[in-house]
Design a protein. Sequence first.
Length: 110
Amino acid sequence: MSEITSYPFDDMSTTSKSLTTFLDEQWQQHTALFLNNSDSHTTLLQAIANVIPGMGGKASELASALENYHNQYASHYQALHDLASMIDTAAQSMGLEDKLIANGFEGNQS
């Protein structure tokens, strides 16, 4: 049986690293749009609260809701980041195990 079965461990690892990079870029974009930019959700909300009389209470309610939204997104991004890390760890472990098993078979054939 000369047929060799191999799995794309290196590709899995590369894909997980690409996913991590993509997630980092998306998170930076999210925080810019949500918090950091001059036209961010938080900045616009504060501007509206300052302009509309009596808006202070509602603005703080909305700010709290937006903060909860942001925290949920942070949690989701972290879960995806953790998943990418687990894919990389599993792919490396599978690749190492595959090499150990292959070496064992090669050693038994000599």
